[in-house]
Ligand binder design. Structure first.
Ligand SMILES: [Zn+2]
Length: 254
């Protein structure tokens, strides 16, 4: 269900970037505001929403530009569960599909590196003050500015942490797609089922581990709990049959 493109609405924001049509569903802003945290002051929420928007767009551009480099048409849809880079007609070459899936998180890591280099090159100092969101403080001449701190921390956090989470072998995340493509290549008959088992175990493990983190990790617990359940359902649906998800193989969320 996460793989299906949401219907257009009158409130969609539409524009085009590097020749790629982009559509932002109104639910995307609701999700971003929820993640930014409603208990913060409105200015900080706005900055974090902008950071999430930029970061998810960078991620999807990574997928879409790589797909285009392989001769596919691509479009981007941002909505509730992040983003979708949809490309057609979809390549049959498995190595290219692995590269397209990996390009999203890699674009985010590259963006984070460029951001760090850009800040250092403009006379900022980056100070690491702990772990978790809000851990990096950029200083100019020893003075930190709150707005810049919020923006930089959100950009680093989303591009690095979401990129790493996305590389977990959990379907339908990018790491799960990579695992599925490789396993189906190695084991054409049962590869999809194996990929869902890997996904179920990994997502279940992350959900259980994040339970120990309390309220801060509640979002992770719920999300990976749902993904584990989805994998379980997919395994049930696959009993005796393999390959029916292939029609979605060129649709990647996040
Ligand atoms: Zn992705």
């Amino acid at each position: 269900m996460m793989l299906l493109e949401p219907s257009p609405t009158p409130a969609d924001l539409r524009f085009s970037l590097a020749g790629i049509p982009v559509r932002v569903h109104p639910f995307f802003w609701l999700m971003a505001i929820f993640i930014a945290g409603l208990d913060r002051d409105p200015r900080a929420v706005l900055i974090v929403v902008v950071a999430i928007f930029v970061s998810v767009l960078v991620h999807e551009l990574g997928h879409a530009l790589t797909a285009m480099a392989f001769g596919n048409r691509a479009k981007i849809v941002l909505w509730m569960m992040g983003g979708l880079a949809i490309y057609e007609p979809g390549t049959d070459e498995w190595r290219k599909r692995v590269l397209i899936a990996a390009a999203g998180p890699l674009a985010g890591f590259l963006f984070a590196i460029l951001l760090a280099v850009g800040l250092l090159a403009t006379g900022h100092t980056l100070i690491w003050i702990g772990s978790g969101p809000g851990a990096i403080v950029p200083l100019v001449n020893g003075i930190s500015t709150d707005g810049l701190n919020v923006l930089v921390n959100a950009l680093f956090f989303v591009n690095i942490m979401w990129g790493l989470l996305n590389l977990l072998p959990v379907l339908p995340l990018d790491g799960g797609q990579i695992t599925r493509i490789v396993l189906q290549q190695v084991q054409p008959a049962g590869g999809l089922r194996t990929a869902y088992w890997v996904s179920l175990i990994t997502a279940g493990g992350v959900a259980l581990l994040s339970l120990t983190g309390g309220r801060n990790n509640l979002f992770l617990t719920i999300m990976f709990g749902l993904l584990a359940y989805q994998s379980y359902q997919a395994i049930q649906a696959l009993s005796g049959y393999d390959g029916f998800y292939d029609s979605y193989s060129n649709r990647r969320p996040w």
